[in-house]
Design a protein around this ligand. Sequence first.
Ligand SMILES: NC(=O)c1ccc[n+]([C@@H]2O[C@H](COP(=O)([O-])OP(=O)(O)OC[C@H]3O[C@@H](n4cnc5c(N)ncnc54)[C@H](OP(=O)(O)O)[C@@H]3O)[C@@H](O)[C@H]2O)c1
Length: 392
Amino acid sequence: MSASDVPTMYPVRPSVPSTARALGAQFGEAIAQLGETFRRIVSGWPEAGLRRQKRQTPQVVVVTGASAGIGRATVRLLAQRGSRIGLLARGKAGLDAAAAEVRAAGGEALPIPTDVADFGAVERAARQVEQRFGPIDAWINVAFTSLFAPFTAIEPNEYRRVTEVSYLGYVHGTKAALNRMRTRDSGVIVQVGSALGSRAIPLQSAYCGAKHAINGFTESVRTELMHEHSNVRITVVQMPAVNTPQFSWVRSRMTNHPQPVPPIYQPEVAARGVVYALDHPRRKQYWVGASTAGTIVAQRLVPGLLDRYLARTGYDSQQTDQPVSPDRPANLWEPLDGPGGEDHGAHGVFDNRSHSHSGQSWASRHARTLASGLTLASTAAAAQWARRRVQR
Ligand SMILES: NC(=O)c1ccc[n+]([C@@H]2O[C@H](COP(=O)([O-])OP(=O)(O)OC[C@H]3O[C@@H](n4cnc5c(N)ncnc54)[C@H](OP(=O)(O)O)[C@@H]3O)[C@@H](O)[C@H]2O)c1
């Protein structure tokens, strides 16, 4: 609603002095702008220049890291709407269990053991998916690994491995997807990102570097697609701390069991954000969880203060008080759900400390409705105020 609509909806009496009328109109306009600003804050900043993507339900979807954590929870949601899903990860136990869940929920599944660090393997997997299901509508990059340790305690080959899986794995997935989507001028790529891609923390330098790189790489690809006037969309979903198996199987050199920095959300909260982004890929990025929004905004406003805060708290906040062996099995080089291994599912060990809902994510998904409501209510209040003034 524009400011000029105000007098139409709430007729001002003819005797109104013109200054008061102008004042009321200005106030109404200011409130309308406030509503628009609010809409942008809760929804992320939509990019000018991108044509509105026609809403559609992707049918053929590839998910990397589909066997556990956020990828597994996402696959479950996609299966419920009948998607045909290429499931990529390394471990057989996790992949088989994910495929069984997809089929039970009404979807179709093609589990393909794949190491995302190997571009040839990713490209072959894409080909297999298209042979079985037809053109890939959407590609969701989720697979990652990490290493919890101070930078000085990480060997160069370990650093390279984390980067090859967690950063280049996304590059490989994006390339395999674009090899197909660009020629068809259709498709959606969703990158599962992290608040730590905007604000790095101690003990996760390799991971934070990869997550920062994904943002930069994706921004560049996005502008190239815009340059081509392509209808292929690419978006990033920035995640908060999520209760997934990673904290029990990522290589760690910390003395105690790793934990996500609270507040912790359940993987279903993350998965809902991913699927929403898939259906609404026009935005540059989505933020899931108030902690993600808070972290990204605080980093933009007071980065130095955060440096000092994280230097003081970042070691303790990433560990429980349970000691853990530095030699515990880790998924850096090999899957822990490989032959003879076990399915780890979507959830980690922090169920009793994790939130199943995020008010911020809900607000972000319903930004348009909320903003319209706010604008309407504010405009009504402004009109009421103006009317009272001129009646005095
Ligand atoms: N959990 C959080 O707190 C959190 C916070 C912010 C962002 N995120 C992001 O969310 C995504 C998923 O995290 P998560 O916590 O759900 O992870 P997770 O529980 O550790 O699951 C990781 C998945 O990736 C697969 N994977 C690992 N290495 C692979 C490789 N080399 N090739 C192919 N697949 C591989 C794993 O299966 P295999 O080992 O069998 O291959 C598994 O399916 C990541 O991108 C992460 O950055 C998570």
